[in-house]
Each structure stands twice: as structure tokens, then as C-alpha cells.
Ligand binder design. Sequence first.
Ligand code: A2P
Length: 293
Amino acid sequence: MNIKTSFTDFYELANGVKVPCIGYGTWQTPNGGVTQSCVKTAIQNGYRHIDTAFVYGNEEEVGAGIRDAGVARDEIFLTSKHWVTERGYKKTVAAVDASLKNLQVDYLDLYLVHWPCVEKCSPDWKEINAETWRGFEDMYKAGKLRAIGVSNYQKKHIEALYETAAVKPMVNQIEFHPGYTQYDNVLYSQSQGMLVEAWSPLGSGAVLKDERLAAIAAKYGKSVAQLCVRFAVQCGILPLPKSTAAERMISNAQVFDFAIDEADMQALLNFELLGFSGFLPEDAPADALAAES
Ligand code: A2P
């Protein structure tokens, strides 16, 4: 496996687009200036990859933070995600334009389907996902999206998409951290040439208090957060840690001066359930199941 060696290293997507190997996540980062200042601080501390979503409600501030940071747009890798209420071809096309407007950018580096439509949501789930994806493909071909992918997709949703897709998804962004790795999905997605990205790589904080993980991290003279980020890196996964504090943003990316040994990698891969968000596509909150209206 090709393990990244520095914060400035890149993954290369199936279409050749380069992705900075650690991203800055903004899920649950509030407005009122917080997101704007966090994004600016993250960029000023070396992050070049920012991840947001329409449903986070903070795209405007993410865009403002990027502008404030004073780094050229083409040096930033910017991801947003399509929300479940916008499924279907026409709404998807409009959703791309809405996110571009919110962020005040001409293009996105990556746009992801946030959640698949599933059988429980509609017997036509395959067609609905296929039509959404057709919108993605057309916006990709139009140059508004440099790369396209999915999020929270499992094998059956990906295989269903392949039945009609002209462009295969290049990324699958899923929850991944010690205590919840979905490792079958990781291996399947990687075998399909997708880059796997980790949301909540720190288990949204829950994992950070675990004493067994603290003991492993201490062996390397690292924090549990650094152990978690490094764990993703060693699995060939792109982690998206988030923090509102500059010192934690910085330390979360300082993971290239140590290596987790094989025994500890196995322990982390086989860790008991911990910090799982509870979100799964087949069992998601009601609004995440909304069919095309
Ligand atoms: P804070 O913003 O106060 O730093 P995840 O990325 O898995 O969703 O986890 C994010 C959570 O983890 C946030 O609550 C964040 O809080 C916290 N966090 C991020 N980095 C660290 C760190 N290095 N040490 C402790 N907590 C952290």
C-alpha cells in the first residue's frame, strides 16, 4: 500500500485529480463567524483540503474563510455534498449551482452524494440514485465539478450505481475510526479504485477518552487523536479530522513522524464497537430517507 509520508502529500483520484492527504472537516461547526475563522485558521496552518456539505448550513462561511486565508483558490481542494432532499436529475443540477453560489466559487474540487436512497425509502431507489448520479456526471462534464463521488454508500448501493453510471464514483466518504471501521466496505471501495475518506476519524471525540487507545498512543508518544489520524493514513484512507482549536488542528496533522506497528494496527482494526455515530443508510434518520419529491 502507498502510505502517505507528509502533510503536503496527495492521493490521486481515478481521473488524475490530486487530493491533499488530510482534510479539514466542518460538520457541526457553527456559523456566527466560527466556521469562517476556523477555516481561515486551518488553511493558515497548512490545511489545503476543506470538507463541507450543503446540509451543514455553513457553506457561506466556509467560502468566506477560504477567501480570508489569502491562499489562491486553485491551491485549495474544496469538497461539498448533495443533500437528500435534492435527489433526481433536475434538482441535483440546481443543487450544484446552489452550493457554488453559497461558497462563491466557480467549481468544486469534489462533490459527493451525501447518502444513498435506499429500498426502505422508495422501491425506485436504484432509479432515483441513478438519476441523481446522471446530474453529477453532467455537472462534471460541464467542468463545475473536478471530481465526483459518494458518501455512506455500501457495496450494494455502489453495485447498483454501476448498472447505469458512465463515470464511476471516484471517492467513498464513510465513518471510519478505531471502534467502527466498516473495513469490508473500505476494502471493497478501494478495490474499485475509489479513494476512501474518513468522516469522524476521531469518533467525534468519544474514542479520544478510551484508556486502551490512550495506552497504545502513549507507546508512540502521541495523542489518541494523532493515533486515530495515523491509523486512517496507514489504511490508505484520507482522514477529515475537525477541531475548532488551532493547536489541535495543528497536532492532528502531525502524524508523519511515527508508524503504528502491525500488532497495533490489527488491534485498532479489531477494536470493539466504540464511538459509532449510529448512522447507516438502511437505518438513517427520517429526513435522510426522503425520496425524490
Ligand atoms: P474541538 O473542536 O474542541 O477540538 P471528529 O473529527 O471525529 O468528528 O471529532 C471532532 C471532535 O473531536 C470535536 O469535538 C473536537 O473538539 C475534538 N477534537 C479534535 N481534535 C482533538 C484533539 N487533538 N484532542 C482532543 N479533542 C479533539
